[in-house]
Design a protein around this ligand. Structure first.
Ligand SMILES: NC(=O)c1ccc[n+]([C@@H]2O[C@H](COP(=O)([O-])OP(=O)(O)OC[C@H]3O[C@@H](n4cnc5c(N)ncnc54)[C@H](O)[C@@H]3O)[C@@H](O)[C@H]2O)c1
Length: 434
């Protein structure tokens, strides 16, 4: 039996031993999905505390409940390790490691490179490798392929290599790993077919495309689309504010158009591991081809101004009430980058807190999902909202978590600056909207 036919058989009868490198927000849900579909799955992560928690059936990813993880671990379907030598026993690997930006806004490929170096050391014939980390177009063919072929094995015949963008939306109750269509493109046609066959075993809908570059670009189009539209609507919010128009009402009414319009909402700035970062992977790459990604730069600039705009709004609202920002107590509601999740990566709340502190405000926060904050120079602890709300000079809603009791907040507080339209429907002089 050929290498390809043997792997195909193992994938079809679910005896293929599946590996997931990087057990974070993307990797752990994927590992659980394949274990749930009957595969034996091994997760590999550098952090021992994560592998230990997985092996104890104790989830640290909110989209993966421990009572879903535990039975899979107990049944021997899912285990985790820090030891890359297990790759010698695996048939497939999904690579889900971080792809942040350097301070210069250039791609930081170090996590991909170091994990792929480890994989290359243990690569053997008959393996399927799929990169899922968001990256610039060309990564799989230009960076990964030479690393994996260095020992003499050939992609498309000896092993199979694909890119498949991860589209997971943490905290989304409707769309999760299993029912988000999965785009996959391989370095050869045989690679694409193998990748698509693999995903079809566990996911509902697979979308094969003609190359790894197309698959890489799909993700960048999706996230650049969001980033630019958010930039546009943030600018619209500033324009509406200047003209005394409620931008939220404008968007709601525009969204009644049944075609040709998709609502985006303004806010205190971009957050998370994707939207503020991924478009800069594209602009970095296109700059090398002599094209400036001007929409990305412009939206990046406008979105980057939003935390400053919010702090100006707080200052003006306090001034209007005869108070100065200097020395005022500003309490931040929600510091996660979006509602109902615990992730503070790139959260605009961090910028807002820094800027307020720079202007000598006293700052505290409440976030039931983030009991403690340790980030760069910030170390803070979530305060009990009931106690703080009546005392603070201003509450600023940065993250509109569903658990906050907004009616009670309005009763208790002196001033609320609402950057998310969380106070929709409430009429009060105490509320200042973005
Ligand atoms: N979080 C999201 O919502 C989301 C959505 C779509 C795409 N993505 C993309 O998916 C990728 C992973 O994101 P994430 O949010 O899961 O990141 P994460 O930080 O939650 O998880 C990454 C994991 O990889 C581990 N790791 C780092 N280097 C490693 C190495 N060399 N070997 C093994 N493990 C290593 C880390 O310890 C961590 O547990 C990124 O490229 C991101 O842009 C993320």
């Amino acid at each position: 039996m050929s290498v390809s036919a043997a792997l195909e058989k193992k994938i079809r009868d679910r005896t293929a031993r599946v590996g997931v490198v990087g057990l974070g927000y993307v990797g752990l849900p994927l590992a659980v999905e394949f274990a749930g579909a009957g595969f034996s799955v091994t997760g590999i992560d550098l952090k021992e505390e994560k592998t230990a928690r997985v092996n104890a059936g104790d989830s640290y990813v909110p989209d993966v409940p421990s009572d879903v993880l535990q039975p899979l671990v107990r049944a021997g379907k899912l285990r985790a390790t820090t030891d890359f030598s297990v790759i010698a026993e695996l048939d497939t690997i999904n690579i889900c490691v971080p792809t942040p930006l350097r301070k210069t806004k250039d791609p930081d490929m170090s996590y991909i490179v170091s994990s792929c170096q480890e994989i290359a050391r243990h690569l053997h014939a008959g393996m399927l490798l799929i990169l899922e980390s968001t990256t610039y177009p060309g990564t799989t063919d230009e960076l990964l392929l030479p690393m994996f072929e260095a020992a003499g094995l050939r992609a498309g015949s000896d092993f199979f290599l694909c890119f498949s963008p991860e589209r997971v939306d943490p905290g989304n109750p409707t769309y999760q790993t299993v029912n988000i269509p999965k785009v996959v493109g391989g370095v050869t046609e045989a690679c694409t077919e193998m990748g698509a066959l693999f995903y079809r075993q566990a996911l509902e809908h697979v979308v094969p495309v003609s190359s790894t570059q197309v698959a890489e670009m799909v993700k960048l189009l999706e996230n650049t689309f969001r980033m630019i539209n958010i930039g546009m609507v943030n600018e619209m919010a500033m324009m509406c504010d200047r003209m005394g128009i409620n931008v939220w009402e404008v968007i709601e009414a525009a969204a009644t158009k049944p075609f040709g319009f998709m609502p985006f909402y303004p806010g205190p700035g971009l957050g998370g591991h994707c939207i503020p970062i991924d478009p800069f992977y594209l602009s970095w790459k296109t700059r090398q081809a002599g094209i400036e990604a001007r929409f990305i730069e412009l939206a990046g600039y406008i979105n980057g101004q939003m935390p400053h705009y919010v702090v100006d709004k707080i200052q003006n609202a306090l001034n209007d009430r005869g108070k100065a920002l200097k020395g005022a107590h500003v309490h931040v509601l929600g510091i996660a980058y979006k509602k109902d999740i615990d992730d503070v990566r790139e959260s605009p709340a961090l910028d807002v807190i820094h800027l307020l502190t720079q202007r000598w405000a006293r700052v505290s926060y409440s976030d039931p999902y983030v009991p403690e904050l340790h980030s760069d120079s910030l170390t803070m602890r979530s305060e009990p909202l009931e106690e703080i709300a009546p005392k603070a000079d201003c509450l600023v809603i940065i993250t509109n978590h569903s658990v906050f009791d907004y009616t009670r907040l309005l009763e208790q507080s002196q001033l609320i600056v609402d950057t998310r339209n969380a106070m929709k429907g409430f009429v009060s002089d105490k509320i200042v909207r973005l």
